[in-house]
Design a binder for this molecule. Sequence first.
Ligand SMILES: Cc1cc2nc3c(=O)[nH]c(=O)nc-3n(C[C@H](O)[C@H](O)[C@H](O)COP(=O)(O)O)c2cc1C
Length: 246
Amino acid sequence: MSELYEHPYPSAALAAEHPFVEYHAPAFDAEEMAARAAAFYELMESRRSVRLFSDEPVDASLIEQAIMTASTAPSGAHKQPWTFVATSSAEVKAAIRAAAEEEEKVNYLENRMNDEWQEALAPIGTDWHKEFLEVAPWIVVLFEQRYEQRPDGERRKNYYVKESCGIAAGMFIAALHNMGLATLTHTPSPMAFLTKTLGRPENERPFVLFPIGRPLPGVQVPDLARKPLEDVMVRVDHLPNEDKGV
Ligand SMILES: Cc1cc2nc3c(=O)[nH]c(=O)nc-3n(C[C@H](O)[C@H](O)[C@H](O)COP(=O)(O)O)c2cc1C
């Protein structure tokens, strides 16, 4: 297959034991790669979290498609340890808003958030009001599956659950943005109430809540700047001196 590898994957023994298929990855020439890279960056750079949504309905098929996209995320041992719980019910959204505002009132009005946290949030200007949880046509709550609960009652371990759910969440946000829907990565803290409100089983814990819809026309967002490449990337082209015995 390739002379590059002394130990090819899968080994003959592995392939005899488990099924493998040839993977046909999308491929582009150099020019197209650069064009696609720039276009995707531009698209993602235009994403913003919004806190005012239009109440215009959004077709359930779009939400399903975004969840299917998120669910293509890599996950520890391919356990896909996530459940996306979606609701467009006015009753359920109202219950989520009421419970979220209860918790956020304690955070903001009774100083459950320390000074440093409040200082970091000041330019964003969030407070305990969460009206958008009722106005947005959809709420999707991503639950992490702390362990796998099989239908026969058996429990199995999941691996790297938070990392896996974090990646799936990012892909979900990208999928929504790509189809012209807006969301807010929302973590009303603590979020345990969502397990009860949404009737989820014992093995699931809320990870992030996403109100989803079209942005309200004229919506404003904080005038934030994103870090430049040199602040988020370090290139390493040789080992540190001590590792070379210098
Ligand atoms: C894990 C996480 C939790 C967040 N929780 C909240 C939240 O509870 N409420 C809120 O208004 N924004 C929340 N945000 C949104 C951030 O404030 C927002 O992403 C950040 O200000 C950058 O803005 P942008 O998303 O428009 O780039 C959260 C973001 C992340 C990644």
